[in-house]
Design a protein around this ligand. Structure first.
Ligand SMILES: NC(=O)c1ccc[n+]([C@@H]2O[C@H](COP(=O)([O-])OP(=O)(O)OC[C@H]3O[C@@H](n4cnc5c(N)ncnc54)[C@H](O)[C@@H]3O)[C@@H](O)[C@H]2O)c1
Length: 261
């Protein structure tokens, strides 16, 4: 018996087998859950995401092209999901974007309006946009679980994280407001604040080359976070084990957030 037997949901954010979303999908599968997926539009993106999903042993996955910056594509994704599946027990939002030019140490003050707004749009507003389209499906599941990925740079200054820190603060607040409104339908909304993991997205942030080593040294657990650590927390959040937990930001960073200096 798996913790997630009989549960189906959508995982948004697998670029490759290093993505946090890949580790989350892996853990969900291992615990009996069934995942549907999106990929960024374009043949190359589709191939890359499909390859990573196949590594999970999933044959013929439900995959849909989605640029979350487009309302029309969001509409299509969720209506197609609804045609294929009766309900949504979990929704994993594991996407972020900011132009790397503005993720360099000392450049925050220069951030142009367009770069600031697009970071908030793709990295934070899309959580609301997905929840809006998923809420009926989640209610049909008897109340589901929405989760997204944040980072400590939402709260404290991490040099180079810059506008992404602002976007993550917006994401965390968005999650709490969604939790307050969707709770009456039984839907829970939480954030995982993950530790540093080397991925495509994290490599866009200036000064991260040594961040893994520094975080591991500083962490109470004396190691860097692994994708599987976040995967296990995602299983907890998708499962009934977290039935009373909503509106929370849960750190999965080996304790790095505890340390002041
Ligand atoms: N890697 C880390 O150190 C770290 C730490 C804490 C939180 N996070 C967060 O985890 C999440 C996943 O990032 P990751 O580190 O796994 O990197 P990743 O590059 O593997 O994943 C980022 C995903 O965002 C998707 N994306 C970007 N723009 C999109 C758009 N317009 N529409 C749809 N999808 C889009 C990409 O296709 C990719 O799949 C992000 O929210 C990131 O900020 C990462």
């Amino acid at each position: 018996m798996g913790l997630l037997d009989g549960k189906t949901g959508l995982v948004v954010g697998i670029a490759n087998d290093r993505s946090y979303a890949w580790h989350i999908a892996k853990a969900i599968q291992e615990n009996g859950g069934r995942c549907a997926f999106t990929h960024l539009p374009g043949e190359k993106n589709e191939r890359r995401t499909r390859k990573a999903i196949e590594e999970l042993g999933i044959k013929d996955p439900w995959m849909f092209p989605l640029d979350a910056g487009s309302d029309a594509e969001l509409d299509k994704t969720f209506s197609n999901y609804a045609e294929r599946f009766d309900a949504m027990h979990f929704l994993v939002h594991s996407i972020a974007f900011a132009d790397r030019e503005w993720l360099q140490i000392g450049k925050f003050v220069e951030t142009p309006r367009a770069a600031y707004l697009s970071a908030i749009d793709i990295s934070a507003y899309t959580l609301l946009a997905m929840a809006q389209r998923a809420k009926g499906l989640l209610a049909r599941a008897g109340g589901g679980s929405i989760m997204s990925m944040s980072y400590y740079g939402a709260e404290k200054v991490v040099p180079g994280y810059n506008v992404m820190g602002v976007a993550k603060a917006a994401l965390e607040a968005t999650s709490r407001y969604l939790a307050a409104e969707l709770g009456s339908q039984g839907t829970r909304v939480n954030v995982i604040s993950g530790g540093y993991l080397r991925t495509l997205a994290s490599s866009a942030v200036g000064g991260t080359d040594t961040m893994g080593d520094r975080s591991a040294e500083k962490s109470p657990l004396k190691r860097g976070v692994e994708g599987g650590d976040v995967g296990k927390t995602a299983v907890y959040l998708a499962s009934d084990l977290s039935s009373g937990v909503t509106g929370e930001t849960i750190y999965v960073d080996c304790g790095v957030n505890l340390i002041g200096v």
